[in-house]
Design a protein around this ligand. Structure first.
Ligand code: ARG
Ligand code: ZN
Length: 870
């Protein structure tokens, strides 16, 4: 069944109050649900959603209903005759142990936990499983006391005590009305760390993080991150926490990153557990941002929630934007923005160009789980950022204040958000609607005309939306711009006789526009799209020398990075073309010189230079071409890597040595060390790329003597790319050292699956038979199969063996966990982008998958759309 935005109807019934009784048992949990309900529309039968559960009895206002008074049809429990107001009591049974889909109530490491977003609550008990039904919840949990000493749900603990036969119970009450997707329950043998936070309004909040006992020494960083997030949200947005307890639980088996259930966040343990010896800087950064993200949802998602799932970006785009801003403040604003843009171009742009492209507000879906996408999340965050760019930080804050003032306690739409932004600032933002309605990445083409006599530089701007075509609605695109003179000094901007300062935001909101800059001296270079002020593809007529000028002198950290990145991309694109013609690549001197300049200055800002000196990845490079030439792209990138390695070996070695001396201190996750470690690891990578034995030995030494995971894993990664005995030595050592640590073993799997070793497919095939591989743990599956699918050289082997292998594996996963299987399909969705031989091979696998009679609707939706849409 396809769900469509235009079909939205408000619910025919309200549920005001929910009482749930859970009698927990791994294979036969009994749920008793008592619902205080109210009719909102005449003459409609009551229809509750349900899935994978056995209804045992139904009672209306205390009277047991006979089997003829209710029926189950198409995933609904239907009761024809109900009064205006009534209490419904349903008893049902579920089997958490068999629940490998990890939606609803399931077991992870023997502990009970839940995941209800988007539509998992209906697997717990029959309900109006939609976000615009808001109720208060009281939850009583009964379970064996020795196996499940900890019993948690949303809100406040009201009561707990012992029961006969070694059982005990806990009673929780959440005073805040919420949709059922925010319900949570946890029961297990867990330990916690505790801390406190005092809100601006003097509320003392008890903070706890619950984990399995052996992980208790890895929670402190997450706890501190939570407190930083709580403080930041008060300072930046005036938003304080609203209950006396905030609990986080980390579980090993989890489909996504984490979940913002009211006062009981449940996390993939990957985003909580960290010690320097087991977690990298990237892991620490991920933890800080996901902890903040889930906490921020308490206002953007929970207090104000979504009317329906088409509004998902209302809470996700906004909350991602908020966590980005938080991380920028905690870490380094300059590098956070660059990281986010790299991520957007690498993952969101291809999605937006392929068959699964959808507006940030999708118009239809078969399985909502398939729409928790890069587009809804990351492009959604970019669109929220546009409001801030247009309104300024203060204006944006005013809009947020009005949004909460108007909509606290409601389930609303993206239009309500836009209206609050507009009304709070007295502006018309209706043209922003175009960003919500249309799929695809906009292109902005800039052509320059300079008139020396009048000193005018005319920028000819054209926007297009290839995914939509000619009939697209123009988008309001803010272009943050500046101007540099021929020596790289900033110049003031003059438009229409008016001085606009050294930088301003031009709103480009029609198909075509001319922007005339006045008093522009000869040779001046415009700096366009500073801070990546809109999620667009910019096509300019700047030449290499002009890009190099921007790379060297623009005051904007993002644009300087982007300029160098553009030079690298251009060099790589030429190399790809050369390789395809059977020629050796020639590297443009302008680019090599620009790299040389950066290397001289690298130690002044290690974090930024680590990003600037990393070459564009193969996927982003492939996006520059109509047809993705797998081998040529791979070869071109390798060739440039070894060119930079050999040409600048002395510089890399000096950077490596200097930083090694400076990093001689215990590990702390902070911006300074982070930057130094990143640059040093990059230097090591390049040194290993020289192919010289001494550098491979150095990498092995670096691996063996590292006192933290960032350095150890960085060295290991450098080694897995080489054919040398050190590769196996290090990989084996890593496995034995960390064999009891699942999150680290995930890295071991991922490294091999992502390696550009020529035998990666064989390695991955063998690893599916490794005793530590399992199809039931999403992290493990993603580490091996997810990473393999992203490995251009290995997955796209010309003989198609990578395709057959992954398709077989996806079908195994699909039987257990459809959500994860559907995600693993994503590399197949890009099939039209490759050469005709590969297209045929990929398409054949998609068609084979589609033929499987028991295929999940999650996978069906992806495969079917991939085959029919382009
Ligand atoms: N709301 C969660 C978050 O962004 C993610 C939930 C994902 N659920 C799903 N069915 N895919 O933090
Ligand atoms: Zn979220």
């Amino acid at each position: 069944v396809e769900h469509r935005l235009e079909d939205y109807q408000s619910p025919a019934f309200a549920i005001d109050d929910v009482h749930l009784l859970f009698q927990l048992d791994p294979v036969a949990t009994r749920v008793t649900s008592t619902l205080a309900m109210r009719r909102q529309r005449a003459e409609e039968p009551l229809q509750l959603n349900l899935e994978n559960l056995v209804v045992e009895s139904v009672a209306l206002d205390g009277i047991e209903l006979g089997e003829s008074a209710w029926r189950i049809e198409d995933g609904r429990l239907i009761i024809e005759d109900v009064p205006e107001r009534f209490t419904l009591r349903i008893r049902n049974r579920i089997n958490p142990k068999e629940n490998t889909a990890l939606e609803g109530l399931y077991l992870s490491s023997g502990n009970f936990c839940t995941q209800c977003e988007a539509e998992g609550f209906r697997r717990i008990t029959p309900f109006l499983d939609r976000p615009d039904v808001l109720a208060t919840y009281t939850v009583r949990i009964e379970a064996d006391k020795s196996a499940y000493p900890v019993l948690l749900s949303n809100g406040n603990l009201i009561e707990q005590g012992d029961l006969p036969d070694g059982q005990h119970y806990a009673l929780w009450h959440d005073p805040w009305k919420k949709p059922c997707y925010l319900f949570a329950l946890v029961a297990g043998d867990l330990q916690f760390i505790e801390d406190h936070y005092t809100t601006a309004g003097e509320r003392d909040v008890t903070l706890r993080i619950y984990v399995e006992p052996h992980n208790i020494d890895r929670c402190e960083f997450a706890m501190q991150a939570l407190k930083r997030a709580m403080r930041w949200d008060e300072e930046r947005f005036g938003l304080s926490y609203d209950l006396d307890v905030f609990n986080i639980v980390a579980v090993d088996d989890f489909n996504m990153g984490a979940m913002e259930n009211k006062s009981l966040n449940i996390f993939n343990s990957k985003y909580i557990l960290a010690r320097p010896e087991t977690a990298t800087d990237t892991d620490y950064e991920g933890i800080e941002s996901v902890v903040a993200h889930e906490y921020f949802h308490n206002w953007t998602g929970n207090r104000v929630t979504c009317r329906d799932w088409f509004q998902l970006t209302l809470k996700e785009g906004l909350t991602v934007f908020r966590d980005q801003e938080f991380t920028a403040d905690m870490l380094l604003p300059s590098i956070k923005r660059i990281q986010d843009v790299i991520h957007l171009r690498r993952y969101q742009f291809p999605e937006d160009a392929g068959p699964m492209a959808h507006p940030i507000q999708p118009k239809s879906y078969i399985k909502m789980d398939n729409f928790y996408t890069m587009t809804v999340y990351e492009k959604g965050a970019e669109v929220v950022r546009i409001y801030q760019t247009l309104l300024g930080r203060e204006g944006f804050r005013k809009g947020m204040d009005l949004y909460f003032q108007r909509h606290d306690g409601q389930a609303v739409t993206v239009d309500d958000f836009r209206q609050a932004m507009a009304d709070a600032n007295g502006v018309d933002l209706s043209s922003m609607r175009a960003w919500y309605d249309q799929p695809g990445t906009p292109h902005v083409k800039v052509r320059r005309h300079y008139d020396a006599d009048s000193q005018r530089l005319t920028l000819d701007l054209t926007q297009s939306l290839p995914k939509v075509g000619e009939g697209f609605t123009p988008l309001p695109i803010p272009i943050r711009l500046g101007l540099l003179d021929a020596s790289g000094n900033p110049l003031p901007l003059v438009v229409g006789g008016e001085e606009l300062g050294m930088e301003y935001v031009h709103l480009f909101d029609t198909r075509h526009q001319q922007l005339v800059l006045e008093q522009v001296p000869e040779g001046a270079v415009p700096a366009l799209l500073r801070d990546f002020s809109a999620p667009v593809i910019l096509e300019t007529d700047l030449d290499d020398a002009e890009w190099a000028l921007l790379a060297a002198h623009d005051p904007d950290d993002f644009l300087r990075w982007d300029a160098l990145n553009t030079l690298a991309l251009k060099a790589l694109m030429e190399a790809v073309t050369a390789i395809e013609r059977g020629e050796a690549p020639a590297w443009p001197q302008t680019y090599l010189d620009a790299v040389g300049v950066r290397l001289q200055a690298a130690l002044e800002d290690p974090a930024w230079h680590a990003l600037a000196l990393t070459l564009p990845d193969e996927v982003t490079l492939g996006e520059q071409f109509e047809t993705i030439a797998v081998e040529a792209i791979h070869q071109a990138r390798k060739a440039l890597q070894s060119e930079l390695a050999q040409r600048f070996e002395v510089q890399w070695a000096s950077i490596y040595d200097t930083l090694s001396a400076e990093l001689d201190q215990p590990y702390t996750f902070n911006a300074e060390q982070y930057g130094k470690r990143s640059l040093r690891t990059l230097a090591l990578h390049y040194l290993v790329q020289t192919g010289k034995a001494k550098w491979i030995e150095q990498a092995l030494y670096h691996y063996q003597h590292a006192n933290n995971m960032t350095d150890r894993f960085g060295a290991l990664r450098a080694l897995t790319g080489v054919e040398h005995a050190a590769r196996k030595t290090a990989l084996d050592d890593f496995y034995y050292r960390f064999r009891n640590d699942p999150l680290v073993i995930d890295k071991w799997f991922a490294l091999q699956a992502g390696s550009d070793h020529p035998h990666t497919l064989e390695h991955v095939r063998m690893l599916t038979r490794h005793p530590d591989f399992t199809y039931t743990n999403p992290n493990r599956v993603r580490s091996l199969l997810g990473v393999f699918g992203q490995n251009r050289a290995a997955f796209h082997r010309a003989d198609g063996s990578g395709y057959v292998f992954l398709a077989d594996e996806i079908l195994k996963v699909d039987k257990l966990n459809p959500q994860i299987a559907a995600r693993l399909l994503s590399p197949f969705t890009q099939w039209r982008r490759f050469d005709t031989a590969r297209q045929a091979l990929m398409k054949a696998q998609l068609e084979r998958i589609l033929q499987v009679p028991s295929l999940s609707s999650n996978s069906y939706e992806i495969v079917e759309k991939s085959l029919t849409l382009s």
